[in-house]
Design a binder for this molecule. Sequence first.
Ligand SMILES: Cc1cc2nc3c(=O)[nH]c(=O)nc-3n(C[C@H](O)[C@H](O)[C@H](O)COP(=O)(O)OP(=O)(O)OC[C@H]3O[C@@H](n4cnc5c(N)ncnc54)[C@H](O)[C@@H]3O)c2cc1C
Length: 302
Amino acid sequence: MNPHSAPRLPVLIIGAGLSGLAAARELGSRNSSVVIFEKARGVGGRLASRRLTDRSGSERSLDSGCTDFAARAPELGEFWSSEREARVLESGEDGRLRAVPAMTALPKKLARGFDVRLGDRVLKLTGSAGAWTLSTETGHTVTGRAVILSCPLPQSLGLLESLLLGAADRTHLESVRYLPEAVLLATASAQATPEQAALEGAHRLGAETAERLLALDEESALHAALRARGAQDPQAAMSGLLGVRLQRWRYSQVVAPLPESHLVVAPGVVVCGDAFLGDRGLEGVERAVLSGQAAARALSGP
Ligand SMILES: Cc1cc2nc3c(=O)[nH]c(=O)nc-3n(C[C@H](O)[C@H](O)[C@H](O)COP(=O)(O)OP(=O)(O)OC[C@H]3O[C@@H](n4cnc5c(N)ncnc54)[C@H](O)[C@@H]3O)c2cc1C
């Protein structure tokens, strides 16, 4: 076979959060083909929403992760403006950006046109320079010329086990800590008591409570979350709610992100995400986008 006619292998991206999607967009703009693997049923990672029935009988989307973010990085000005023009983002009175109708609108828009394999968790990464293979939970194996890992670092580190990651890189990546978070979502019925009605909306419970809730089974965690929001009797509180969900995040926000924009851990294997660009005074969303773009550039040149 003429080697020049062989199709170029794609870049494989693990994670369809904002960093993975930003990397995909950057590579796509350079005509690199990309395949994205996402363990969840939808794109967005920590930009997530859940649909609950409200008292009018219609479905209401509540954000269960990040609800808005600051736009501070000058190099992302155009990126955010184009999403504002497309009416995917709007600016609040506080100058912070939020996606409409829910935060997932942003990742859904960024993922458009890409080959995203949803509900397919990557279990293993093997190979060597130029040919890296991912094995997934659904039994697929896919080979690419390079791999971008965009998961929270403890999850990326698990996948790098088989690569004999250098000890210095491992220690460096392991040094990053994340705060947990829990978000209680509820819609109240028309008959709700004032105590039950006060539970309506999306409520962040904080890292300390989240740590406790992560150790509990689903039902006990939900009851504990309702108590944390002031419900004396969780079972009684639920009788006045039309919908109630608890989202627990083991990795919510990074405590002290690393200063660099990404890390190349083997030829063609790059780690990125909101754990990077810690010296810029940016929030997680902007760090994730910039880090994803930097990871893509590391593979395709400036
Ligand atoms: C409650 C909450 C509030 C927040 N508030 C703010 C805020 O005010 N401002 C701000 O800027 N940021 C905020 N953030 C943080 C912000 O959401 C994150 O910094 C950003 O979304 C991270 O994007 P990411 O792509 O780096 O990671 P993620 O969004 O975590 O994406 C990683 C993706 O990888 C997937 N994945 C993991 N392992 C695998 C695997 N083995 N195979 C396939 N897929 C895998 C995950 O499912 C996930 O979709 C908040 C986050 C939370 C949870």
